[in-house]
Ligand binder design. Structure first.
Ligand code: ATP
Ligand code: MG
Length: 423
């Protein structure tokens, strides 16, 4: 036998038993996104590499070491598998002039690619659902986005499992002033900084505060806080945002060290975190990126968005027992003997036309083995068709989930008869 080929490490197949759970989650998501007025946008998985370098930032984990980048074999163009959804979405918005005299509320869903060490809740191909609200300066839209995400946890039954953390990153000038103080502070502690910290001291000092290294927590907690450098306008935005979240009754924690791993954020930033997934605790993260559209060549316009790791939410749903049980077809058709297959197929088509899902046994097999399949299929009823039923234009109906006796009805009455078992 030839050697088997395996999937790329960190990239997972979603098999039928699990794909039903994805479909359930996606159905909830689509209804939720519609309820908040978001429209779907679908952009390519491959984008020009400079798009990500320019938007996410040169000295970020993603651009420094996580991107799947390659050259187009034919013309040498630098290309990258998208590591996140905002850059491509905004590239499309600018390219197609979608913000001309208007605002946009957009959502995307699909696979993202990052070369990370695979572990629970962290993969090399993973999926994000994300939204971008464009052309609105906030803080009202910032608050609506919090209301919206909080609502999703309610819909999924996860409200008690996630906590909201928020912060403000101010504007460029405020970050520059804070940066100076932060660098001075970090220089005083340079001897305890780890390799990442030393490397980031001058290139991206804010990110040093984002460290998960336990030995650096005290140092990071006592560092100068960006919040203390906010001017009146930024402060008012932050206070306005917080007041609206409070008015909605949504609990939150202010985390002055919340800075996000991508460079494009300013003002409002937030994360929904859980303590129930180990180290991979952030299920949804986002914030405002008012300079990004201009940075990508568009007319300046404010924006805010978030990305949610779908695998992490599904893990949480599974852990809490909140995923629906597997659903089989409504009807399984057992058939055997001359003419039974063609007759069964006609009945199956009329049942499908009436709104039932139907699985017909294909190929031969004893009644007994077919009945076993019917039982295992999760169907509500089995229809049983032998030569006798074909000859008399009838069909036997055996309820599989309800306490009721098998009965025989005319083929013409099969839809009405099956309907009694579907609530
Ligand atoms: P983390 O701190 O966990 O590395 P991040 O800050 O890199 O997350 P974002 O770029 O903000 O993550 O992406 C938004 C969300 O996408 C994350 O909050 C998380 O739920 C999910 N996510 C990010 N990277 C991965 C991954 N490699 N595998 C699975 N989900 C991921
Ligand atoms: Mg990361």
């Amino acid at each position: 036998m030839a050697q088997k080929i395996q999937a790329v490490r960190g990239m997972n197949d979603v098999l039928p038993a699990e794909s039903q759970q994805w479909e359930y989650f996606e159905t909830v998501l689509r209804g939720w996104l519609h309820d908040y007025g978001y429209a779907n946008i679908r952009t390519p998985i491959v984008e020009p590499t400079p798009l990500f370098v320019r938007s996410i930032g040169e000295v970020t984990d993603i651009v420094e070491k996580e991107m799947y980048s390659f050259e187009d074999k034919l013309n040498g163009d630098p290309l990258t598998l998208r590591p996140e959804g905002t850059a491509g979405t905004l590239r499309a918005v600018v390219e197609h002039n979608l913000l001309y005299n208007t605002t946009q509320k957009l959502w995307y869903m699909g696979p993202m690619y990052r070369h990370e060490r695979p572990q629970k809740g962290r993969y090399r191909q993973f999926h994000q659902i994300g939204v971008e609200a464009l052309g609105m300066a906030g803080p009202d839209i910032d608050a609506e986005i919090i209301a919206m995400t909080a609502d999703l946890w309610q819909r999924l039954g996860l409200a008690a499992s996630v906590q909201l953390e928020i912060n403000s990153l101010g504007n460029k000038e405020e970050r520059a002033a804070h940066r100076e103080a932060l660098i001075a502070y970090l220089e005083k502690h340079v001897d305890i900084l780890d390799e990442d910290g030393k490397r980031r001291l001058y290139s991206n000092p804010l990110r040093v505060l984002d460290t998960k290294n336990p030995a650096l927590q005290d140092m990071a907690n006592n560092a100068p806080r960006l919040a203390d450098y906010l001017g009146d306008t930024s402060r008012a935005h932050y206070e306005g945002w917080k007041a609206m979240i409070s008015a909605l009754g949504i609990p939150f924690v202010e985390n002055p060290r919340l800075v996000r791993g991508l460079d494009y954020y300013n003002l409002s930033v937030f994360e929904w975190v859980t303590t129930e997934l180990g180290a991979q605790g952030t299920v949804c993260a986002g914030g405002r990126y008012d300079g990004l559209i201009e940075q990508l060549g568009g007319k300046p316009a404010p924006g805010i968005g978030f990305g949610m790791g779908m695998e992490r939410v599904l893990l949480l749903l599974a852990e809490k027992g909140l995923l629906p049980a597997r659903r089989g077809a409504d009807v399984f058709i057992v058939n055997q003997g001359a003419g039974a297959a063609a007759y069964a197929m006609q009945l199956a088509q009329s049942l499908r036309a009436a709104g039932f899902s139907v699985v017909q046994n294909m190929g031969d097999g004893s009644f007994k083995s077919q009945m076993k399949k019917a039982d295992g299929s999760g169907a509500l009823v089995a229809l049983i068709i032998g030569e006798n039923e074909v000859a008399t234009a009838q069909v036997a109906i055996k309820p599989l989930r309800a306490e009721a006796a098998q009965e025989t009805v005319a083929a013409a009455d099969v839809v009405a008869a099956v309907s009694r078992f579907k609530s």
